[in-house]
Design a protein around this ligand. Structure first.
Ligand code: FES
Ligand code: ZN
Ligand code: ZN
Length: 326
């Protein structure tokens, strides 16, 4: 590896889009500045706000929690949803717990098994849906419920630019404009129904997150979820975007920025009237939210209200003993 752009040390990473080779110290400073600028550019949250970080235990969310805690501008609560996927979930919860304790971060673990269910069980009752899409509904619901019921300002998730740019092109190619307009670095909250959702890694590449985790020797779960599924169209788009990025480094960031400009400009004009779920009271497109609908179909009853009640009473959750938020 050549020398760092800013000092005499050996570089640990090359960032073609920024034309920079960086040592470990300057790489961390670079990512912290980039994160700070992304948060400010898209108005994700303000200094001192209370922010939930959704942490699965994989490298992306561990790096996000690590960098946000180093940035120190928000008051963080790490929230992990234990999906009940055997050994994979046991490992993931343990990594999140250990990481949070070591960093002195407050954390909250929501276990589906405490509600006598799990992703494999929900998936086997709902054969028409892929486990990943069920999992997405569950995680989104829990993060939103924790944020609203414990009075947090925003929910941050670790979706990065490599994945988001694939979703943008996929929605465009399938002409799913509803979905296309939902993809945004910031989805504003709706009082009492939905917390603000932010993606601080909107302009981050997966390789830089991975390199950082490696350089810092961060603990994370490297096994992929056994249910992870990538469809054929996503594979084609991913390859295409990789080639474009090789040809013109920074291509994806340019795509993400212009998409954000468009979406943020139309937001508000296209906002549908938000409804409250008849079963749990959180945001819903129809009379019942997708989480309550999904659990009603799989288990015979909607689970939303029960989850919200136990968040408020903290039953079934783990939180750092000296936490003020418990
Ligand atoms: Fe959600 Fe795999 S992480 S199904
Ligand atoms: Zn350096
Ligand atoms: Zn509901």
């Amino acid at each position: 590896m050549p020398k760092c752009h800013y000092c005499e040390r050996e570089a640990v990473v090359r960032l073609p889009y920024a034309k920079l080779n960086l040592c470990e110290k300057h790489f961390e400073e670079y990512l912290l500045r980039k994160l700070e600028r992304s948060i400010a550019r898209y108005g994700m949250f303000k200094k001192g706000e209370r922010v939930i970080v959704g942490v699965s235990g994989g490298k992306d969310s561990i790096v996000l929690a690590d960098l946000l805690s180093k940035l120190g501008s928000a008051r963080l609560l790490v929230v992990h949803v234990d999906l009940g996927i055997g050994e994979y979930s046991r490992k993931s919860s343990e990594v999140v717990r250990r990481f949070s304790v070591e960093r002195g971060l407050d954390y909250f673990i929501v276990r589906l098994l405490d509600y006598n269910t799990s992703i494999p069980e929900l998936a086997s009752s709902l054969r028409s849906r892929r486990p990943c899409s069920i999992c997405g509904v569950v995680k989104r619901y829990v993060l939103n419920a924790v944020a609203l019921d414990l009075g947090f300002d925003a929910v941050a998730t670790a979706h990065h630019g490599d994945d988001i740019s694939v979703y943008i092109l996929k929605s465009f190619l399938t002409q799913d404009y509803d979905q296309l307009y939902k993809i945004s670095p910031v989805n504003p909250g709706i009082k009492g129904l939905a917390a603000r959702r932010v993606k601080p890694f909107y302009e981050f590449y997966e390789f830089e997150i991975e390199k950082f985790a490696e350089a810092k020797n961060l603990m994370y779960v490297s096994e992929k979820c056994p249910f992870k599924h990538i469809g054929w169209l996503e594979k084609i788009i991913r390859d295409l975007l990789e080639k474009a990025e090789e040809e013109a480094p920074g291509f994806k960031i340019a795509l993400l920025r212009s998409h954000a400009r468009r979406v943020l400009a139309v937001e508000g004009r296209s906002a549908e009237k938000p409804k409250a779920c008849a079963s749990c009271g959180l945001i819903s497109e129809g009379s019942e939210c997708s989480f309550c609908r999904l659990t009603r179909r799989a288990l015979g009853y909607p689970l939303g209200l029960q989850v919200r009640r136990s968040i408020v009473s903290s039953a079934g959750f783990t939180i750092r003993a000296d936490s003020k938020q418990a």
